[in-house]
Design a protein around this ligand. Structure first.
Ligand code: KIV
Length: 271
């Protein structure tokens, strides 16, 4: 039996053991109780309450509008549905940048009000003071480097990051800083596979990739993308495991037809 299935509760320690043993870490997003129950019972290692909730749950163009209160609402809903997975809640834009005291207060609110296991925040050296302060309160931190969607207005595009040497070197430097600070893992998003593989080899903490190739320690996807609920988003790195949009709209169509024809409810479906 693999460590993954034998483990009753996934902790940050379990994840570092998985890296040591070369066992890949599976991670998916969830934003609500019902989805989190399904994902957890299927055996996922880590559930990310991503600020991608801003896009897939609230219909915003970017992750910037989502608030700390809204992330706490999603986080608390997810935690209630989870028995085994490690739950990580994204710190939203504006809740940690440039002010480490505010960062600590935001992280404390997330931990107290959601009962999640850890927080994630985007950036390297520029947010190091915030990371250190949060860690000093005993709150586990997951980093996020490469394409960091909260900086979309700086990047101007969601295209692949760190293709040039300067940005690649900064990413490597930042990964080492986050490891030294005490982060338990780092998400690396949309960078060349060779670069992500190199980082995963150089640092001792797990590297979870999204669009970063197969040479890292684990993978994360947004659940609405991999289930095919969200049809508009089709980057090369996305593997669709289902076409839930078609399945759901078919079911809704059948319901509408049954209501209109008077077929629903039938005699057994009434009192
Ligand atoms: O918010 C999110 O869903 C994320 C993943 C894409 C890693 O940060």
């Amino acid at each position: 039996m693999s460590t993954q299935s034998a483990v009753k509760v996934v902790t940050t320690h379990v994840l570092s053991e998985m890296k040591l043993k070369g066992e890949k870490i599976s991670m998916l997003t969830s934003y609500d109780y019902s989805m989190a129950r399904i994902v957890d019972q299927a055996g996922i290692d880590v559930i990310l309450v991503g600020d991608s909730a801003s896009n897939v749950m609230a219909g915003n163009e970017t992750t910037l509008p989502i608030t700390l209160d809204q992330m706490i609402y999603h986080g608390a809903s997810v935690v209630k549905g989870v028995k085994r997975a490690l739950v990580v809640v994204d710190m939203p834009f504006g809740s940690y940048q440039g002010n480490s005291k505010e960062a600590l207060n935001s992280a404390i609110r997330i931990m107290k009000e959601t009962a999640a296991d850890a927080v994630k925040l985007e950036g390297g050296e520029e947010v190091l003071e915030s990371i250190q302060r949060i860690l000093s309160a005993g709150i586990p931190v997951m980093g996020h480097l490469g394409l960091t969607p909260q900086s979309i207005h700086k990047f101007g595009t969601y295209a692949i990051r760190a293709k040039d040497t300067d940005e690649a070197e900064k990413l490597i430097h930042d990964a080492h800083l986050l490891e030294e600070a005490g982060c338990f893992a780092i998400v690396i998003e949309k960078v060349p596979a060779t670069l992500a593989t190199r980082v995963a080899k150089e640092v001792s903490i797990p590297i979870i990739g999204i669009g970063a190739g197969g040479g890292v320690d684990g993978q994360v996807l947004v659940i609405h993308d991999m289930l095919g609920i969200n049809q508009e988003f089709s980057p090369r790195f996305l593997r669709r495991y289902h076409n839930l949009f078609a399945e759901m709209s078919g079911a809704v169509g059948n319901y509408i037809a049954d209501v209109k024809s008077g077929d629903f409810p039938n005699e057994r479906e009434q009192y």
